[in-house]
Design a protein around this ligand. Structure first.
Ligand SMILES: [Zn+2]
Length: 340
C-alpha cells in the first residue's frame, strides 16, 4: 500500500495525482487521526463499527450513529471534498510567499469566499502551540518589533488627523513582536535553522514586551535587542545585550538581523500576495508565515514539501472555527485572544 499521508510526495504534480480520489484523502486523514487503523466514534468513543462505502462514513456498532473522517477537524461542516482541501493545504503550506484566496479560487475551482474560509481554517492548523522555550539550542535569541499597515499618507486627511490625535503617529499601524532563536553551529553550511515566534501587540511598553520574552525565551539565554526602552530590566534574567541602531546595526554578535530578515519576508507576503489584510486577521497571517519559516529547513536539515504538508495534516484535529467567528460576527475563540 502506498503511503497515504503525503510524506512520500515531493511535488505539487504528485500531490494532485495522489489526492485526486476522495477515498485516498479520507484514508490519509484517517491514518493520521487513528494510527492504529481503528476510527473512534465521536459520540460514544467506541472503536467497533461498519464502514459504509457508498456514504464514505462509519456507523458505530454501539450507538448506531454515523460519522465521517471530517468530524472534529478543520474540515467539519465543509461540503467541499477533501480532494480540494488537500490541494489547498499543499499550496498554502509550500508557497513561500503564501497564496491568496483568488489564486485558490482559480486553481481548484471553488468560490473565492470558500477559498478564503478554507485558507483561514488551514492557518488555524499552522498555529504554534509549542510550550518549549526558545534558547535551548544555540542559546542566542533576538527580540524586535515591527509595524505593519498602511501609511498615514494614504489615508483621508480627516481620518488621519483623528487617528493621530487619538493614538499618536503610528495609530494606523499594527505592531508585531518577534523572538527568534538563531541556528546552532558556527559555519553557515552546518548551522541548524533558526526558529521564530510572533505576536500582535497593542503597544511597545515594558509591561507588554517582558511577559512575551519570559514566556518564550529560556532564562539565561543571550538576548539581543535594539535600544528600545521596553526591553530595559531584562538583564536580571537574561544576558541582555543592546545594539544602538543610531550608531550601528551590527556589533559582532549583537544584532537583530535574523528578525529583520523575517520581517522582510513577512512584509513581502503581506504586501504582495495578500494585498490588504485587516489588522483583525493579521495574527492568522503571522501564524502562516511563522509556520513556513520554522519549517523551511536548510542545507543541513532539508525539509521537503511533502513533510511540511504532512505536518499541517497532522494538526487538523481539534480545531474548528465558523464563518461568523472568522468574520468577527461572533466572539472569537480563546485562541484569538492569546498573542501566540
Ligand atoms: Zn458510537
Amino acid at each position: 500500500m502506498p503511503t497515504t499521508n503525503g510524506l512520500s510526495l515531493t511535488t505539487l504534480q504528485e500531490a494532485i495525482l495522489h489526492f485526486s480520489n476522495e477515498q485516498t484523502c479520507i484514508d490519509a486523514v484517517a491514518a493520521m487521526r487513528w494510527p492504529d487503523g481503528k476510527p473512534i466514534c465521536p459520540a460514544c468513543e467506541q472503536k467497533e463499527h461498519w464502514y459504509l462505502t457508498a456514504q464514505k462514513r462509519w456507523k458505530c456498532r454501539e450507538c448506531w450513529k454515523q460519522f465521517s473522517v471530517k468530524v472534529g477537524t478543520i474540515f467539519e461542516d465543509s461540503r467541499l471534498p477533501l480532494t480540494k482541501w488537500m490541494l489547498a493545504m499543499w499550496m498554502i503550506t509550500n508557497c513561500k510567499n503564501g497564496i491568496s484566496s483568488w489564486e485558490i479560487h482559480r486553481a481548484i475551482g471553488v468560490t473565492q469566499k470558500s477559498a478564503w474560509f478554507m485558507l483561514h481554517r488551514i492557518r488555524l492548523t499552522m498555529q504554534n502551540g509549542s510550550l518549549v522555550k526558545l534558547g535551548r539550542n544555540s542559546g542566542e535569541v533576538e527580540a524586535d518589533e515591527t509595524f505593519i499597515g498602511g501609511k498615514a499618507r494614504n489615508m483621508h486627511e480627516h481620518v488621519r488627523a483623528r487617528k493621530i490625535k487619538a493614538q499618536g503617529s503610528q495609530a494606523h499601524q499594527t505592531i508585531v513582536m518577534g523572538v527568534l532563536e538563531r541556528g546552532k553551529g558556527k559555519d553557515r553550511k552546518n548551522r541548524t535553522a533558526s526558529e521564530v515566534r510572533t505576536a500582535v501587540i497593542l503597544d511597545r511598553r515594558k509591561e507588554t514586551l517582558h511577559p512575551i520574552v519570559k514566556e518564550h525565551v529560556m532564562a539565561e539565554s543571550a538576548l539581543y535587542s535594539d535600544e528600545h526602552r521596553g526591553y530595559w530590566g531584562l538583564e536580571d534574567e537574561y544576558n541582555h545585550q543592546v545594539i544602538d541602531h543610531a550608531i550601528a546595526y551590527v556589533d559582532g554578535k549583537i544584532h537583530t538581523n535574523g528578525l529583520e530578515n523575517f520581517w522582510s519576508l513577512l512584509k513581502r507576503t503581506l504586501g504582495g500576495t495578500y494585498v490588504s489584510v485587516e489588522p483583525f486577521h493579521l495574527f492568522r497571517y503571522l501564524d502562516e508565515q511563522t509556520f513556513r519559516f520554522n519549517n523551511r529547513g536548510n542545507r543541513k536539515h532539508p525539509i521537503h514539501d511533502g513533510q511540511r504538508f504532512q505536518k499541517v495534516l497532522s494538526q487538523v484535529t481539534g480545531k474548528h472555527i465558523t464563518y461568523s467567528e472568522l468574520t468577527g460576527k461572533e466572539r472569537l475563540p480563546v485562541v484569538a485572544a492569546e498573542p501566540f
